[in-house]
Design a protein around this ligand. Structure first.
Ligand code: ZN
Ligand code: ZN
Length: 391
């Protein structure tokens, strides 16, 4: 597929267009419209409004084979862009800081490449343009799947690509087995009793109790969970109080737990609740611990598929493919992997020469656009190879 060059300009153009007009989770109306239009131009069958603003395209190859799903997420983040490029976000407070604009454009590039090869293409390719990856457990993968995105025809293999601001440009990274963690969001309400700052013994001070809880929770990591298991608990927000001499009634803590297997996950949630409740009780306060319902599982790549995917990626000239380490970040692509074997992989875009040095989610996140064609090519090649009937 050396004709990728001619697609490059268009892929970059699409990316810049989406970058300039970013849309937040479940509000990807213009992006979805652009995607549907482009797919229709390529004479790919399109279904819109899938699980919200999702778009599914189906390309039928001329030969028999398997159904390969390729997924791109479409949402942007509530960040004000701090990069001076001609296609800078025109929407203050919203930015494609996670690079999902590149995911959409790379997948459309793959659609262009595969359409051109329709006559020799085995099986079918399903393009899964997903809303709201950034919405955690309420992300777009679940409603898309419930809306039948993985059925009719049933997807045999599924792949997802994410760009990474921390990995070097033109490097693909993946691993068999668990790649990304399972996330669990928790909220702890510490209920005390308000009073005057000068007479704490007459009150139950939720600010003091919060401090004990935050500290004690790190003991779950160091003293309660097996040290050989990757595990993180972080309290990332505390809200309480109004004035320097008023002890407030309550404090609200929010945080995240990251784990790599269901046993540790269950244990971790139990211990976080237990420690928060018992430490609070020790100071006469009460902790109400809540976990967000319906969070998604670990993103676990299928071992056989990943091995083959690595050999497909290694054939792409101008790139390198290396084995990734497990990452404590999380992705609702895991829900697609729970429905069909497949792999999630990264493409590095860090390039100090071009000032592309900041991480995803930073207001200064900048992408080395030279990688986009390789992203398109990788998705197209995976679909092409895994579509063959002998897989
Ligand atoms: Zn993100
Ligand atoms: Zn992302």
């Amino acid at each position: 597929m050396s004709d990728v060059k001619e697609f490059e300009g268009e892929v970059i153009k699409i990316r810049r267009r989406i970058h300039a007009y970013p849309e937040l989770s479940y509000k990807e109306y213009e992006t979805a419209r652009l995607v549907a239009q482009k797919l229709r131009t390529l004479r790919i069958a399109v279904r819109t409004g899938v699980g919200g603003t999702g778009v599914v395209g189906l390309l039928k190859g001329a030969r028999d084979g398997k159904v390969v799903g390729l997924r791109a997420d479409m949402d942007a983040l509530p960040v004000t862009e701090n990069v001076n490029v001609p296609f800078k976000s025109k929407r203050p407070g919203i930015m494609h800081a996670c690079g999902h604009d590149t995911h959409v454009s790379m997948l459309l590039g793959a659609a262009m490449l595969l359409t051109k090869r329709r006559d020799e293409l085995h099986g079918q390719v399903k393009f899964l343009f997903q809303p709201a990856e950034e919405a955690g457990g309420r992300g777009g993968a679940k409603p898309m799947i419930e809306d039948g995105a993985m059925n009719d025809p049933k997807v045999d293999y599924v792949f997802g690509l994410h760009i990474s601001g921390t990995e070097p440009s033109k490097v693909f990274l993946l691993r068999p087995g668990p790649l990304l963690a399972a996330p669990d969001t928790f909220r702890i309400r510490i209920c005390g009793k308000g009073g005057h700052g000068s007479t704490p013994h007459e009150a139950i001070d939720p600010v003091f109790v919060s401090a004990q809880v935050v500290t004690a929770l790190q003991g779950v990591t160091s003293r309660m969970i097996d040290q050989r298991e990757p595990f993180v608990v972080s309290v990332c927000s505390i809200h309480s109080g109004t004035k320097h001499n008023i002890i407030p009634d309550e404090a609200l803590l929010e945080g995240t737990i990251r784990t790599f297997n269901e046993k540790t996950r269950t244990q971790a949630k139990k211990y976080v609740k237990q420690v928060a409740e018992s430490v609070s009780r020790g100071f006469n306060a009460k902790a109400e611990v809540e976990f967000e319902a319906d969070e998604y599982p670990v993103t676990a790549n299928d071992a056989t598929v990943t091995k083959k995917a690595i050999s497909v990626l290694r054939k792409i000239r101008g790139t390198r493919t290396i084995e990734a380490k497990p990452i404590m970040g999380a992705e609702d692509f895991s829900r697609f992997l729970a429905k069909a074997p497949g792999a999630f992989y990264f493409l590095g875009t860090r390039n100090p020469r071009k000032g592309c040095v900041n991480t995803n989610h930073s207001s200064e996140f900048k992408v080395d656009e030279d990688v986009l064609k390789y992203g398109s090519l990788s998705l197209a090649n995976l679909a092409y190879e895994f579509g063959k009937p002998n897989n």
